[in-house]
Design a protein around this ligand. Structure first.
Ligand code: ADP
Ligand code: MG
Length: 264
C-alpha cells in the first residue's frame, strides 16, 4: 500500500551502472514533515540517490520487495514529479548559466527547461506574479532583469532556488548546494534554505560537507559505497567515530551553535 504521509518510501533500491552497484539495497523512508541530510564521501552514491528520486535512474526491477514511491505514488509523469520537487544540483547551475535574465530563468522552472521559448511556452500572468513573489521572498528582485552570466555565483545560486520554488513544490532537493560559493554566499545560502524550511517545505540535502546541515535538519543518513551506513537523529549520527569510519580518515566533529563542522 502506498502511504502519502511519506515523502519517500524506498525499499530495497539498487542501481547498477557499468556493471557496478552504485546503490546497493537502499531502504529509506522519509516522512512528509521531515528534513534530512544525506552525507557521504565522493562516489558514495549521493547524486545517484537523488537521480532515483527524480527518476533519472531506475532501480533494478526484480529486487524482492522493491519500492521507490514518492509522495505515495509509484508511477510518476516526470514533468509532474519535477513540479512537486524543487531541484538544485551543480549540473543545473551549468545548464542555467546562459544568457537569459534571472526572471526568465525563474519562469523556466515551470517548464523544467533551460530558457524560455515564447512560441512554445504559455507563460501566464499568474506565473509572472509568482516569479516576482519568489524573487522578493529571496531578496533578489532587483536582479530580475540581469543576465545569469553577469551576476555572482552566490546570486546565481539564489536565482536557482527561486527557479526551484516558483511552482510551489512540496520539497526542495539540494545536491552539494554550496560548492564553489564563497563564505558570504554560503552564509546567505544557508539562511535562505532555513527560511524555506521554516516556510514548510521539506528539505532533502545531499553533501559531503557537514557545515551545509542547517539547524532545521534533524535527521542524518550516512551513505558509504552505495549503502546506508547509519541513519538517525543528527546529534547521534554526527560523531567522530561515525565520520571517521565513513570518510576513512580520522575526523573530529565540532558543534558551533546549531551548526556542525568536521576536521581531519
Ligand atoms: N551513469 C553512470 N555511469 C557510470 N557510473 C556511474 C554513473 N552514475 C554514477 N556512477 C558511479 O557511481 C558512483 C557513485 O556516483 P555518485 O552517485 O555520483 O556519487 P556521489 O554523488 O556520492 O559523489 C561513482 O563511482 C560513479 O562513478
Ligand atoms: Mg554527487
Amino acid at each position: 500500500m502506498s502511504d502519502d504521509s511519506l515523502l519517500l518510501d524506498f525499499q530495497n533500491v539498487s542501481v547498477i551502472k557499468d556493471d557496478k552497484f552504485v546503490l546497493d539495497r537502499i531502504s529509506l523512508t522519509v516522512g512528509a514533515d521531515e528534513n534530512i541530510a544525506v552525507i557521504g564521501p565522493n562516489g558514495s552514491g549521493k547524486s545517484s540517490l537523488i537521480k532515483v528520486l527524480t527518476r533519472e535512474y531506475y532501480p533494478i526491477a526484480d529486487a524482492p520487495g522493491l519500492r521507490a514511491d514518492i509522495m505515495g505514488e509509484k508511477m510518476w509523469n516526470i514533468f509532474d514529479l519535477r513540479k512537486r520537487l524543487g531541484i538544485i544540483t551543480t549540473d543545473l547551475q551549468y545548464t542555467c548559466l546562459r544568457d537569459d535574465t534571472v526572471f526568465d530563468t525563474v519562469i523556466s522552472g515551470y517548464f523544467s527547461s533551460a530558457g524560455i521559448y515564447d512560441d512554445f511556452f504559455d507563460v501566464t500572468v499568474e506565473m509572472k506574479a509568482m516569479a516576482n513573489e519568489v524573487l522578493k521572498f529571496l531578496g533578489i528582485h532587483h536582479l530580475a532583469r540581469q543576465k545569469m552570466t553577469k551576476i555572482s555565483s552566490g546570486e546565481a545560486r539564489k536565482a536557482l532556488i527561486a527557479r526551484a520554488l516558483v511552482h510551489d513544490p512540496k520539497a526542495l532537493v539540494l545536491d552539494e548546494p554550496t560548492n564553489s560559493l564563497d563564505m558570504k554566499s554560503i552564509d546567505q545560502f544557508r539562511k535562505t534554505v532555513s527560511s524555506i524550511a521554516r516556510a514548510g517545505k521539506n528539505i532533502i540535502l545531499v553533501t559531503h560537507d557537514l557545515s551545509d546541515i542547517i539547524p532545521e535538519i534533524n535527521r542524518v543518513i550516512l551513505l558509504k559505497n552505495g549503502r546506508i551506513f547509519a541513519d538517525g537523529k543528527k546529534e547521534d549520527i554526527l560523531t567522530d567515530e561515525n565520520l571517521t569510519a565513513l570518510f576513512e580518515v580520522p575526523v573530529t566533529v565540532q558543534k558551533n551553535g546549531a551548526y556542525y563542522t568536521a576536521f581531519c
